[in-house]
Each structure stands twice: as C-alpha cells, then as structure tokens.
Design a protein around this ligand. Structure first.
Ligand SMILES: Cc1cc2nc3c(=O)[nH]c(=O)nc-3n(C[C@H](O)[C@H](O)[C@H](O)COP(=O)(O)O)c2cc1C
Ligand SMILES: C=C(O[C@@H]1CC(C(=O)O)=C[C@@H](OP(=O)(O)O)[C@H]1O)C(=O)O
Length: 367
C-alpha cells in the first residue's frame, strides 16, 4: 500500500516529517551522477521559503538549515538516493493544544481524523505547509539539472487578494527583492496596505501564482494519462492550499470561440512559428517548444484569528479563536514551492522521455 508521500516515476521525491516533530526532509531518487551539488545550492532555495522573514509570514522563526546526508561525494552527486534533513528548532506544540480537540474550518483536521481516526495535532502535523521544505530541497536539485540544459523558470505572485500586477511594470529582478514576490514594484505598497488591513481584522486572503517555463524542448509529455499538463496540474495541486491550476488560457478558453482560442501556425525561413500562445505551450499533452505558462490559485490561509463556528470531538457546537503562529497570506511563501514542483515534474518528464524514440536509445548506447 502506498502512503502517498512521494511524487514522480523516473525522478522521484519522497517527503517526510511533521511540523512539530524533530525534523522534516526529503529523499530524492533518480538524480544522475556527476551533478555539482552543495548544501549551499539547496540553502539558497530554502531561504526563499523560510518562515518568519516578515510580518506577512508566520512568526515561527526557523533557520531551515539543509544537511545533505547521502548521495553526494566530493561535491558531486553519486547517482544514489540523496537524503536531505532540516531540523525543526522552534516547535511550540503547547500553543496548539486546543486544535487537538476541535476541527479548524478550512484546514485538514477533520478529514485527517476521518481517514486515520488519529492525528498529530502538533500544529498542522503532516498537513502543515512546513512539509513543503522537502519539495523545495528536491526542487533545488531539479532546477540545477534544468539549468544544465538551459531550461529556465520564472515564478511570482500574479495577484494577491484582488490586486494584480501590471504587466507593463514587470521586472523579474524584483521577485525576490520584496517579501511578497511581486515582480511589479509599484504594487508592493498597495498590497501591503491590503494585507495589513486583513491582519488587523484577523482575516486572510489568497491569490494567483504564475510560472513561466522558457527553453523547454518539444516532445515532453505522453499523449494520454501522463500528459504534461496533467502531470503539472497533479504535482502543483499536491501542495496544500492550491485549489486550481490552469495552463495557457485555461478557464478563459471556455468562453472563447475556436477562432479566438486556436494558435495559428506559419513558416518563417523554414522555422515553424505560432502566432499566439493561448495553449500555453502544450497541445495533446505534449510540449510544443514554446513558453509553458502555468497559473495556480492559492486559497486564503484557513487558520485565522477571527471568531469562527465549528465543532469539537465531543460533538459540541463551539466558537473558536485560533491561536498559534500562522501565515496571514500563503501566496508569497508558496511561490518557490510551486516553482519547485514544476521543476521536479519537468525533470521527471525529461527522464521519462529519454526512451520515447529508438534514435535516443541508439544515441545513448551506440555513440
Ligand atoms: C508554504 C505554505 C504555508 C502555509 N501556511 C499556513 C498557515 O500558516 N496556516 C494555515 O492554516 N495554513 C497554511 N497553509 C495551508 C495549509 O497547509 C492547507 O490549507 C492545509 O494543508 C489543508 O489543505 P488544503 O487547503 O489543500 O485543503 C500553508 C500552505 C503552504 C503551502
Ligand atoms: C512552520 C511553517 O509554516 C507553518 C504552516 C502551517 C500550515 O498549517 O500549513 C501552519 C503554521 O505552522 P504549524 O504547523 O505550527 O501550525 C505555520 O507556521 C513553515 O512553513 O515552515
């Protein structure tokens, strides 16, 4: 029986650990030998997700230090499973004693109990956003593999609440310069004000994360079931709080006509050109070599300070005010998590694609 804690077929990650347990981590399998890899490479990515960096993040302070404990020798991957551990140092499980008895609306408490009849109620336990450390550590390795073949991901907060970035002011260098991962400097102040109002009222909001993949080769993805769009949707929706994924025009396509939605082709000097990219770089489940555009809808943080109605284990109707340390907005912290899952999926699909043509097999074994 699978425990459902892993993702991928040829390049896999298995995450483990609980928010208030001793540590969290990941085992990455399928990484080729000979990739340069240091703890610092992983740390750079983990720092983008780290809690406690601003008032717009959970106040839980952790250094999230990555220790690579297997699969790397003399600075290079050995081709064997890579294990990365991050110790939890700032557990305050007592702050969470109340959630052992009641079910937080919008969180996993109720369904976890329904499934297992038992739950690690120290914070979100296994359902905590802290689990995503393993995904980001795995993503750091996937991104290194992708950068060796010039595939580049750009991921950012597209909207927070109902405030959207202005494409005319898009500046990639801004993304990791502000606490909100907004590529539009002019929107930062407005979003901060909106969030401060919500925090004051014990409320939260969601938003949309956008990821653009450049230099992706054509031919990734299977014609049925393991389609590239299906795999990306699955891996990104496996992140807690992600409630929708769209590729290209996505949900907008439903209200367009065929003439409006189709991307017309032409040849220019023997090069096949698409006039538009409404499909977001994937047709028939297979990448066409143009930019892949993915958007993920993130829900508002469920654990909010406002009074909410719920029930407890003794079947009483109760009003609650959630204590503990929570992200007033998930979007900025989830940007690197989405990017990591996309990177892991791409590497998995690249490796799975290697035996799709006899030519590839011959190149590998005869050249
Ligand atoms: C990076 C990250 C941080 C999160 N932080 C919080 C948080 O502080 N408080 C909270 O209630 N939920 C937080 N969440 C969301 C919950 O983990 C998520 O809502 C929960 O697992 C239930 O899953 P679902 O929303 O997909 O149904 C976070 C999620 C992510 C990815
Ligand atoms: C600690 C982190 O974020 C946590 C994500 C989270 C949740 O429910 O997702 C709830 C809070 O933690 P706890 O598990 O203690 O309730 C956040 O502080 C982290 O991401 O490193």
């Amino acid at each position: 029986m699978s425990t459902g804690s892993n993702y991928g077929k040829s390049f896999t990650i298995s995450t483990w650990g609980e928010s208030h347990g001793e540590a969290v981590g990941v085992v990455i399998d399928g990484c080729p030998a000979g990739l340069d890899l240091s703890s610092e490479d992983v740390q750079i990515e983990l720092n983008k997700r780290k809690p406690g960096k601003s008032i717009f993040s959970t106040p839980r302070k952790e250094d999230d230090k990555a220790h690579i404990i297997s699969g790397v020798f003399e600075g290079k991957t050995t081709g064997t499973p890579i294990s990365i551990i991050v110790y939890n140092n700032n557990q305050k499980s007592k702050d969470y004693s109340e959630i052992a008895t009641y079910y937080r609306p919008g969180h996993a408490d109720l369904t976890y109990d329904m499934k297992y009849g038992f739950r690690d109620y120290r914070g979100g336990g296994r359902s905590s956003g802290r689990e995503t450390i393993g995904r980001v550590a795995g993503g750091a390795i996937a991104k290194k593999i992708l950068s060796e073949i010039n595939i580049k991901l750009t991921t950012y907060a597209r909207t927070i609440g109902n405030i959207s970035i202005d494409d005319n002011n898009f500046n990639e260098n801004e993304i990791w310069n502000n606490d909100l991962c907004l590529p539009d400097k002019n929107r930062v102040e407005k979003v901060e004000k909106h969030l401060l109002d919500l925090i004051k009222n014990g409320n939260s909001c969601g938003g949309i994360i956008e990821c653009k993949i450049n230099n992706i080769p054509s031919g990734l993805g299977e014609p049925v079931f393991d389609r590239l769009d299906a795999e990306l949707a699955k891996s990104v929706m496996s992140i807690g709080s992600i409630k929708g994924v769209e590729i290209g025009n996505g949900f907008t396509a439903a209200s367009l006509t065929g003439l409006e939605n189709n991307d017309f082709y032409n040849y220019s000097d023997d090069r096949l050109i698409k006039e538009t990219n409404n499909a977001g770089g994937i047709l028939g489940g297979i990448s066409d070599g143009s930019q892949v555009i993915l958007r993920a809808a993130v829900k508002p943080t469920p654990s909010i300070k406002s009074t909410q109605r719920t029930v407890n284990k003794d079947k009483n109707n109760i009003d609650i005010n959630i204590k503990g340390r929570h992200d007033p907005i998930i979007v900025p912290r989830a940007v690197i998590v989405v990017e990591s899952m996309v990177a892991i999926t791409l590497v998995d699909m690249l490796f799975r694609n290697m035996n799709s043509k006899m030519d590839n097999i011959k190149k590998l074994y005869l050249d």
